[in-house]
Design a protein around this ligand. Structure first.
Ligand code: NAD
Length: 283
């Protein structure tokens, strides 16, 4: 199957990055979200990011216009799924929400379409099981920020067919991504490590071992990380990271118990860069 048209369901941090990257690499993209405001915010963020690239000489004006014209916004999922070859779900990390979206996509997408989830940790088998096309379901796990990060982790569920895997790999490659193929297990590969590192950095902050700035500086300069684990948590979103940890705690045990400080930050609405404040403040 030659994938031409992709629906991206959920236009938050990840959905907008996936939509931008797909549009830039020549796919027709339908962006969908239950919140009208999220769709508008996502589109203006994409526009801003592409304009930045033009100003830096990384992209031509023509390519920017072409990419923007490849993106359509639709807030009804029946219309969004109507004529696509692939749908990528990037909504909140809650199993029931993902299953509900997959049920609707199964109903509204053409029978040949593949349904992918961008979950960071959850079982693609469990998400795909609510559809009548489990063999055409898969996880395509992109990384944040999607336009810059080179990896797309491909996770097959128990029922996923070889041809679904091949198509997902081909689409990821056309989007300029390297892939790794992973057998389903909670957290897959990078998220499983990353959740642990970030949680431990928060535990150190709670214990008063060092300031947030110095913990990040120590890890960056001492371990050669490109970004400190606390700043990275702000980039990911503290609410998203808390859900990741809760899921991993449930399936992989005590070492993933979320740091109590993480609950406090989320309760305070300090969700990270997307709201201007998280562990750090952003102007
Ligand atoms: P986010 O909170 O920024 O965005 C989620 C979006 O989904 C919101 O705009 C929300 O309105 C929308 N949404 C919720 N329910 C919906 C529904 N029923 N239909 C359509 N849209 C709906 O979250 P995010 O950080 O973009 O994460 C999305 C997914 O990607 C999660 O599964 C997350 O684990 C995964 N992920 C996140 C990162 C990261 O760094 N943030 C990295 C890789 C994967």
């Amino acid at each position: 199957m030659d994938v031409k048209k992709i629906a991206v369901i959920g236009a938050g941090v990840m959905g907008r990055g996936i939509a931008q990257t797909a549009a830039l690499t020549g796919f027709e993209v339908i962006m969908n979200d239950i919140e009208e405001e999220a769709l508008i915010h996502a589109y203006s963020n994409i526009e801003k990011d592409l304009k930045n690239s033009v100003e830096k000489g990384l992209l031509t004006q023509f390519d920017m216009k072409q990419a923007l014209s490849n993106i359509k916004l639709m807030n009804r999922i029946d219309e969004a799924g109507h004529s696509v070859d692939l749908a990528i779900e990037a909504a909140v990390e809650i199993m029931e929400v993902k299953q509900d979206i997959f049920k609707q996509l199964d109903e509204f997408c053409p029978s040949h379409a593949i349904l992918a989830t961008n979950t960071s940790t959850m079982s693609p088998t469990e998400i795909g099981a609510v559809t009548k096309r489990a063999s055409q379901t898969i996880a395509m796990h992109f990384f944040n920020p999607v336009p810059k990060m080179k990896l797309c982790e491909i996770i097959r569920g128990i029922e996923t067919s070889d041809s679904t895997v091949s198509i997902a790999v081909e689409v990821a490659n056309r989007m300029g991504k390297e892939t790794v193929q992973v057998n389903e297990f909670p957290g897959f590969v990078p998220s499983r490590i990353n959740a642990l590192v970030g949680n431990e950095a928060l535990n150190m902050l709670m214990e008063g071992v060092a300031s947030a700035g110095d913990i990040d500086k120590a890890i960056k300069l001492g371990l050669n990380y490109p970004m400190g684990p606390l700043e990275l948590m702000d980039v990911v979103g503290l609410d998203t990271r808390l859900r990741n940890l809760e899921y991993l705690h449930k399936y992989l045990g005590e070492k993933y118990r979320p740091c109590p400080l993480l609950y406090k930050f989320v309760a305070a609405g300090r969700l990270g860069k997307k709201v201007g404040r998280g562990i750090f403040e952003y102007g």
